[in-house]
Ligand binder design. Sequence first.
Ligand code: AR6
Length: 234
Amino acid sequence: VNGANSSQMNKGAEVGNDKQGKEMLPKTAVSDGQWDDAHTLAFPSISTSDFQFNQDIASDIIVETVAEFLSKFDNIRLVLVDLSPKSSILALVRAKALKNNIDASRFLIHVGDITRLHSEGGLRCNAIANAANWRLKPGGGGVNAAIFSAGGHALEVATKEEAETISPGSSIAVQVPKTSPLFQTEGVTHVIHVLGPNMNPQRPNYLEGDYVKGCEVLHDAYSSLFRNFISITR
Ligand code: AR6
């Protein structure tokens, strides 16, 4: 898609080995300086943990929607984030992004906490995405609990003002209040709540293993997220 050569790409995407010889992902090894003025969206893998969506299928959809989005818009950058260097979704996406020649300077794979990207990861991301629940409620574990906790009460209030609920495959952008620690410490101006497809029988909107519908909803979720991000930057 883009013209990054393989040596550039390897810099940000090298795989090391831990003591057990298992695959380990490095922290993002890309200088952030050139991107200070650029628009950057960090996002977690939607639906692949608590919502139990198949990670291999999800990684195809992530790479496809990212490639499409980056080819349409210049001067923006995307960062896929997960907590563990052993994250299998990060490994899958990294391998497929390399195979598809996605510009590694515009699509980063980052190990860390999405609520501490600047303070701990040295990354400036003006927007972060949340894998939300349909009621847009704080708590419940996963990245949703982390983002609402880091955003503080102000983020909860601002979210409520935007919407009461969200439907699968859609997203809602919320401006982070200036009083929120997420803005003050991390420089995050927007949280974009996304609701992905649910393959967990214990959760609402369960798709009963229907991956035709599930893929459609996950694709819509990322498209909606990226469109919402663009509308923020304009
Ligand atoms: N920073 C970065 N990534 C994280 C963090 C974090 N602080 N915490 C989790 N992840 P999940 P889902 C990764 O379960 O599958 C919630 O309870 C995690 O490793 O948060 O869409 C909501 O209320 C995984 O790769 O979201 C919903 O009810 C990814 O974030 C439900 O879970 C998404 O995992 C949504 O389930």
